[in-house]
Design a protein around this ligand. Structure first.
Ligand code: KG4
Ligand code: ZN
Length: 350
């Protein structure tokens, strides 16, 4: 079975061809650079850029995979959550291909793509605990099976990646800020600025980053003439605070998860912030202390991509080969766990 995946929910335009034996035949991604001058993704610009490039990327993915559209069995496109203009472009393109070729169409929840992406590598069975940390999402999910997700915690305001990006911008580093801030932090002193650890010590697994972000801003503007060492110190102090918070909240989630699912525990980390080495070390140490194994998929699979959308399509189709209707309406919000309370702030994307 061959699935064409389409992803366009944020600032990555992507198309991939994946086979049900886990072979990624093609994984084409265009990361939009047009947003750099604005220090964040501009939805209207993103939607137009998806429109300009998506058809070419799909063509690239098919030729790289060495297949024709007629060889594809299912068309899977991200149906939400995300920036609605971009989601509309991907969904409409997917539906048009499905209509023209007579192939089934699947609208995939972007979060489900992240949740299942680690299973593209063999050997990861259900259930597992997932920390999803990106620029748009920050949540912890118990993944018990395809379509069986329980949200244990989520951000009450900003996503962790968003906070990295904003603090990087504040101290004059480029965008995306996460990698730049991590690089700056290498020569910094994490103990120099006493930044808060929001929600630490409270029960539950929710996160909050806006107060931490603001504390970093106040520390920065209080410096009379900030220089390179100040920047490095603030980057290191901020990164340490984020790592402390994620470590502690995931620790709480592990306790809940292990009570519900006895047996071997796997902790999976996904999303762009999963690239952060300090976070990876902290999560690996936490997992080791709690008799769990940390599964960190390759970075190309952690960040937004279309292979994970195609793979989620394969997992869904194997379970229930029922296409979505061509009247599927793109969803800017689409919680993976409909039973969980609605999110506020940046978390509303999920
Ligand atoms: O998953 P992703 O590519 O896109 C979405 O946001 O959906 O994640 C991008 C986010 C950005 O906020 C970026 O600054 C952050 O991941 N990021 C990092 C690192 N690399 C990327 N944050 C901290 N440390 C990093 N090394
Ligand atoms: Zn994403």
């Amino acid at each position: 079975m061959l699935v064409l995946g389409i992803e366009s929910s944020c600032d990555e335009t992507a198309a991939a061809v994946v086979r049900d034996d886990r072979t990624v035949l093609a994984d084409c991604i265009l990361s939009q650079q047009q947003h750099r001058p604005y220090g964040g993704v501009v939805p209207e610009i993103a939607a137009r850029a998806h429109l300009d490039h998506l058809d070419r990327l799909i063509g690239d993915a098919l030729s790289e995979a060495g297949v024709a559209l007629s060889d594809i069995d299912v068309i899977a496109a991200t149906g939400g959550p995300g920036l609605i203009g971009g989601v509309i472009v991907g969904v409409t393109t997917g539906k048009a291909i499905a209509l023209a070729t007579g192939k089934p169409f699947l609208a995939i929840n972007h979060l489900e793509g992240h949740a299942l992406s680690a299973r593209l590598a063999p050997g990861l069975d259900f259930p597992y605990l997932l920390l999803l940390v990106s620029g748009g999402h920050c949540q912890i999910l118990a993944v018990a099976g395809v379509g069986d997700y329980r949200r244990l915690g989520a951000t009450l305001d900003d996503a962790a990646g968003e906070a990295f990006d904003k603090v990087a911008k504040l101290v004059g580093l480029g965008s995306p800020g996460g990698p730049a801030l991590e690089a700056a932090a290498q020569s910094g002193d994490p103990g120099r600025f006493a930044l808060p650890r929001p929600l630490r010590g409270r029960p539950g697994c929710d996160f909050s980053f806006s107060g931490l972000k603001n504390a970093a801003r106040l520390a920065w503007v209080a410096l009379p003439a900030p220089g390179d060492q100040d920047r490095a110190d603030l980057a290191a102090s901020f990164q340490a605070a984020v790592a402390d918070v994620l470590d502690e909240r995931v620790g709480n989630a592990l306790a809940t998860f292990q009570a519900a699912y006895p047996g071997p525990t796997r902790l999976v980390v996904a999303g762009g912030v999963a690239a952060n080495q300090l976070l990876r070390h902290r999560l690996a140490a936490l997992a080791a202390r709690r008799a769990a194994v940390l599964v960190a998929p390759p970075l190309a699979l952690c960040t937004d991509n279309a292979a994970m959308i195609a793979w989620a399509g394969i997992e869904r189709w194997r379970l229930n080969p029922l296409p979505d209707g061509l009247d599927f309406a793109p969803r800017p919000r689409w919680p993976l766990d409909p039973g969980a309370p609605a999110l506020l702030g940046a978390g509303v994307k999920s």
